[in-house]
Design a protein around this ligand. Structure first.
Ligand SMILES: Cc1cc2nc3c(=O)[nH]c(=O)nc-3n(C[C@H](O)[C@H](O)[C@H](O)COP(=O)(O)OP(=O)(O)OC[C@H]3O[C@@H](n4cnc5c(N)ncnc54)[C@H](O)[C@@H]3O)c2cc1C
Length: 454
């Protein structure tokens, strides 16, 4: 079956759907081809025992994520705050501590070390421009080393280094030695600093979407109607360097589409799996060969009630000793049960994914009992998702660059190639890796294409 459109969009995640909506509103004929049997990509609602939705993929939004918040508002969706009242639990050294506010209690020397390391990270992050981090004065030096190397030179105490390893796992779902220091600085800068990335109140974990975050994509897709084609994995894009000759996009089992321009709105490792005929310019191809995804297993554990709240606890816990190192209260909006959500990230996801399901569940529950006591032993439901095993995500939360990538190939990240345009959260200049970045990239790519269609 052959179809035609002005613009064909590969991928019905937030980026592809936002681009499609903008283009349609400007009178453009659009077709969105989605590999899965659903829209939303890295956003996905699961179901709790009572039927309430629970986010098994991306979920939180926070202040300064203007593109995401605006989109949520436009779609008529509402947000509500992540539960954060009461004491948080931290295990940043040999002692388990309870604290309120933002700063965990710990050895003052380690706390001072964390403070000076964060100060330096925020300072270099401010100097790395998010639109072209490869042009920063210190880009070469930062891109020649891993974030781990930078941390070893900057953080002076083992406690400080352990803290930043945990933070790296929580923010990037990767290890400090995986990524270049330039990528880390770019990512922190594009979020407005480390605090906005890691905080609940006033940070990226502040709010949730009523009905679950996948509703953002579901509402966008509903507006687009039959312009979104599911079960249509794109296998090949034929194009010509002269943009005027357009594109021919082949899917496995879905339509073949002829269009004037194509938007590839999938994560970089997925973009690298599509066959391009003729092949892409070397810089673009080398770039996507070098942008792996992070690795995370997200686990929601449901109880008949949020029992930790009765004990004066917020449900927030962090540990450098436990694989389930970051936990939050994820009780659904209707309060029908209590939910704790946590993450096996980076190296912990590697190890846990090699376990039998029962063994992995036991590990998670043991860690929850360690944080919250014996009441955590008997959940109503255990809902896990290993995003590295998702054929059309290949990991999460997002892609990152190892050393020597941004400075050598960074300009190819957003630069169109003939009639081919690139979107997706990894191409954003604010909050890359987040829903907000995905929305930004959708708007940007639509603005890039519109003048070229007239
Ligand atoms: C566990 C987890 C937790 C997260 N937490 C948060 C959070 O709290 N807050 C936040 O803001 N962000 C979070 N994120 C990240 C956020 O979900 C993503 O940044 C955002 O959803 C990415 O949107 P996107 O459109 O760029 O890409 P995707 O959502 O990856 O969309 C790409 C789409 O392309 C499709 N596709 C891939 N290959 C092909 C092909 N060959 N042909 C056709 N279609 C194809 C995919 O199926 C997918 O639907 C999290 C992600 C995960 C997984």
């Amino acid at each position: 079956m052959e179809k035609s459109a002005d613009v064909v969009i590969v991928g019905a995640g937030v980026a592809g759907l936002v681009a499609a909506r903008d283009l349609v509103r400007s009178g453009t004929e659009v077709l969105v081809l989605e590999a899965r049997d659903r829209v939303g990509g890295r956003l996905l609602n699961g179901e709790l025992p009572g039927g309430a939705p629970i986010e098994v993929g991306g979920q939180w939004v926070g202040p300064t994520q203007h593109q995401a918040l605006e989109l949520i508002g436009e779609l008529g969706l509402r947000t509500y705050p992540t539960y954060a009242d009461g004491e948080h639990i931290s295990e940043f050294d040999a002692t388990r501590r309870h604290y309120t506010g933002r700063i965990p209690k710990m050895n003052p020397l380690v706390l001072a070390d964390i403070g000076q390391t964060q100060y330096r990270l925020d300072r270099i992050a401010r100097q790395v421009t998010a639109t072209d981090p490869w042009r920063a004065p210190q880009a070469e030096g930062l891109d020649r080393q891993t974030f781990d190397t930078w941390l070893r030179r900057t953080a002076r105490t083992p406690g400080g280094r352990n803290f930043f390893r945990l933070i790296t796992e929580a923010v990037f779902s990767a290890e400090p030695e995986d990524m270049s220091a330039l990528w880390a600085a770019f990512y922190v800068g594009a979020a407005g600093g480390l605090d906005p990335l890691i905080n609940v109140v006033d940070g990226a974990q502040q709010d949730r979407v009523v009905g679950g975050s996948q509703r953002i994509a579901l509402e966008l897709a509903a507006e687009l109607g039959d312009r979104v084609v599911l079960d249509a994995p794109v296998t090949e894009i034929e194009w010509q360097p002269t943009a005027a000759s357009g594109v021919r996009v082949t899917t496995r089992g879905g339509p073949t589409v002829r269009a004037r321009r194509a938007v590839v709105a999938v994560p970089p490792p997925l973009a690298a799996r599509i066959r391009y005929t003729p092949g892409l310019p070397g810089d673009r191809d080398q770039l996507v060969q070098r942008m792996p995804m992070g690795r995370v297993i997200k686990v929601n554990v449901a109880y008949d009630e949020p029992f930790w709240r009765h004990a004066g606890l917020s449900g927030q816990a962090n540990s450098i000793h436990r694989p389930f190192g970051t936990v939050f209260d994820n009780t659904p909006h209707d309060g029908s049960c209590g939910v704790l959500v946590g993450f096996l990230e980076g190296r912990h996801a590697d190890t846990a994914s090699r376990m039998e399901p029962d063994e992995r569940r036991a590990l998670v529950i043991d860690d929850l009992v360690g944080y919250f006591g014996p009441k955590a032993r008997n959940p109503l439901a255990y809902i896990e998702r290993d995003w590295a095993e998702e054929e059309y995500s290949r990991g999460c939360y997002g892609a990152f660059t190892p050393p020597g990538t941004l400075t050598r190939f960074g300009p190819a990240l957003r630069r169109p190639v003939g009639p081919l345009h690139w979107a997706g959260t990894e191409t954003a200049t604010r909050w890359p890796g987040y829903i907000d970045g995905a929305a930004e990239s959708g708007h940007r790519v639509a603005n890039e294409i519109l003048p070229k269609l007239s």
